[in-house]
Design a protein around this ligand. Structure first.
Ligand code: ARG
Length: 231
């Protein structure tokens, strides 16, 4: 038989796209990954006795990376959708969000999604915001790799509006560069819940759900939530 050695903790390879504050972001000039999802996945790693390694990739590269076996989990504010559930395993929901329309402050014409027909809309590629924009009649949808580019395009008036997740828009307006020029208009659309995603039929899916539940029970989830969104 094999001799028992002191085992090094297994590595949990986590993919993310870090232009999505407060869920995942890198402070200016830093390579560190910060945010709600990053704290949550590190807490889950601890719970599973695994060493968390975070990899930066395009949002639309996450599901292919899971399927290729290059990462074990995607922690990226990824909304649970029927299409994604066909492609990958998604964990139990850990955050409830939705989409909003963001326009320039001086824009008095656009009061919500219904005034966006035939207009320019900036979105991040592969997101539910991009899917929603594609349904707006006649809209000229511009897809970008990062949300930094999405918001810059709005600032430069290359588009009339952005469609993005509400908590990310709110954070951008409160603490990001957005408060000087941008505002949210209209109602929250498409109630969506975020889940962690894993390769289809991954043996880790059950463990991740168990860890999530444990963190909810032991107060750790609430602590992380309060840190990023207030109590
Ligand atoms: N919740 C949206 C979606 O699932 C946007 C997620 C974008 N996440 C990111 N880390 N850039 O499509």
């Amino acid at each position: 038989g094999e001799k028992k050695k002191a085992e090094a903790p297994k590595v949990l390879r986590v993919g993310t796209e870090p232009t999505f504050a407060p869920f995942e972001f890198q402070k200016d000039g830093s390579k560190e990954f910060d945010g709600f999802d990053m704290d949550l996945i590190r807490a889950i790693g601890k719970q599973l006795n695994m060493k968390v390694e975070i990899l930066n990739m395009g949002f639309d590269a996450l599901i292919p990376a899971l399927n290729a076996g290059n990462i074990d989990v995607a922690a990226a504010g990824m909304s649970i959708t029927p299409d994604r559930q066909k492609a990958v395993d998604m964990s139990d929901p850990y955050y409830v969000a939705g989409l909003v329309v963001v326009v320039n402050k001086d824009n008095t014409a656009v009061k919500g999604i219904n005034e966006l027909n035939n207009k320019g809309i900036a979105v991040q590629i592969g997101t539910t915001g991009a899917e929603r924009a594609a349904k707006v009649p006649g809209a000229k949808v511009k897809n970008f790799n990062t949300n930094a580019e999405v918001f810059l395009e709005l600032k430069n008036k290359g588009v009339e509006a952005v469609i993005i997740d509400k908590p990310v828009a709110e954070y951008f307006l409160a603490t990001g560069g957005g408060k000087d020029y941008a505002k949210i208009v209209g109602d929250t659309m498409e109630a969506e819940s975020y889940g962690l995603s894993l390769k289809k039929n991954s043996p880790l899916t059950k463990e991740i759900n168990k860890a999530l539940l444990d963190l909810k029970k032991n107060g750790e989830y609430d602590k992380i939530y309060a840190k990023w969104f207030g109590a």
